[in-house]
Write a protein that binds this ligand. Structure first.
Ligand SMILES: [Zn+2]
Length: 253
């Protein structure tokens, strides 16, 4: 099946509610390619490796979580930015990026998807943290030690987490923010949370975790953010009956 890019973009922009989410980058179509879409590749970051993989399978549209044109970055299209954009334009490939809208989405978002993968129950956004959906909470059906939870994360994400066990407390209540969300640990302190999961870690995260007695797990920015864009691709495949392929470019960070 073939779909028109304009039709797909209108659908996705509405579905992900981009009008109502303030972000650090443009969401939606970032680089324009062909109008007729027969093949979509999804992936976490629009790196040269992912673009090359998309070219190799004849993609018409590359859909990512981390696209281009971030607030504060240098604007000139030189160096690797030039190489990437040239590869897209020469091959007539559309680049479509959804950042925060794809973190917070209530069914396909990175946070919701990670909670489901980890087998948590009572999964819900912590609504007083803005934008709603940027931090989630849930419950482990069977309480676990910090070590067992780390093993569980590893088995789900195929990525060994950094673990800071801060007490002997078993883990029941978990809060999380995928990607670079370690700073949100401070926002869940009053909520009776036993463990906080994010992608990345900062030096001060460990002190904050220890002093608040919340176990902390950094499970990888890339590893925790594979699942939103993957789920969105599968959704597009079902809705529009178009060929969609998720390509994972390994990244230990
Ligand atoms: Zn991210």
């Amino acid at each position: 099946m073939t779909i028109q890019r304009n039709e797909l973009m209108k659908y996705l922009n509405d579905f992900l509610n981009i009008q109502n989410i303030n972000d650090y980058c443009p969401n939606g179509l970032q680089v324009e390619g062909t109008q007729e879409i027969k093949k979509i590749v999804t992936g976490v970051t629009a790196s040269q490796a992912l673009i090359d993989a998309a070219i190799a399978v004849d993609a018409d549209l590359l859909l990512v979580h981390h696209g281009y044109f971030w607030k504060g970055e240098a604007q000139p299209i030189v160096g690797l930015k030039r190489n990437r954009i040239k590869s897209l334009l020469v091959n007539d490939i559309n680049l479509v990026g959804y950042h925060l809208p794809l973190d917070v989405h209530s069914s396909l978002g990175n946070n919701k998807q990670l909670g489901e993968l980890l087998g948590l129950t009572q999964i819900e956004p912590i609504t007083h943290i803005s934008p709603s959906g940027v931090v989630y909470r849930g419950v482990l059906p069977t309480p676990m030690t910090a070590n067992d939870f780390a093993t569980h994360i590893n088995s789900v994400l195929a990525r060994t987490p950094l673990v800071e066990q801060t007490s002997e407390q078993l883990i029941t209540h978990v809060a999380w923010c995928t990607g670079g969300g370690q700073g949100y640990l401070d926002a869940v302190v009053e909520l009776g949370i036993d463990a906080f999961v994010s992608g990345e870690v900062s030096e001060q995260t460990i002190h904050n975790a220890r002093e608040n007695q919340i176990h902390f797990f950094a499970a990888g920015h890339h590893a925790t953010e594979r699942y939103g864009v993957k789920a969105l691709g599968e959704h597009i495949q079902r809705e529009f009956n178009v060929d969609v392929q998720f390509i994972d470019i390994n990244n230990p960070a």
